[in-house]
Design a protein around this ligand. Sequence first.
Ligand code: TYD
Length: 212
Amino acid sequence: MNGLFITIEGPDGAGKTSVINELYPRLQLIAKKGIVKTREPGGAKIAEKIRQIILDPKNEEMDERTEALLYAASRRQHLVEVILPALEAGKIVICDRFVDSSLAYQGAGRRIGMPEIRKINDFAIEGIKPEFTLYLDVDSDTGLKRIENQRKGPADRLETESLEFHQRVRHAYLKLAEEDPVRIHKVDARMPLTDVVDASFTAITEAYPQFF
Ligand code: TYD
């Protein structure tokens, strides 16, 4: 693959969306072969439809393995339609969430177990993995308070989970970051937004100078 696949991960309330919204235009100005910003679940027509089913708070009866399979299905479609063509064209892809989200939320949060989640995702991604992952770390209390304060519409099905659920998600992320320090770059997301964006920008541009 010619391009550079970057993912951004973090628990709810880490500020991923705000960070990407500031980081992306800065990277766009200097990316030699272009950069594509996308997100999961969603990022393509079929994948966005699956997103609506997964996040709809009315879908109370959803089985947790169904949920995990839907995330993997949405990921597959998004990978084929959006991520792979951009990487093949030599672009940088910056994706809001990927397999690590499923490992943390479904594997640990829902307690399905990371090995089971890895298996279904291996089927979905066929070996395509991010080269670099920015992990925005925030404790669950701070994260959940931020979501409460910033919420515009109703909470989605994942946000309404308990504090314990969100703590399991965060611990799983910390474990993943500890196990793979080369790929996963941890940033303290309790810092002011501009500091988080600066730290993220520096980490990416210093790791891959050939793309900028
Ligand atoms: P979204 O509104 O995109 O939240 P955020 O801005 O925090 O990324 O909703 C995505 C939700 O889906 C979020 O709570 C995390 C969850 N999720 C999973 O549980 N598993 C996954 O594989 C992915 C991609 C997301």
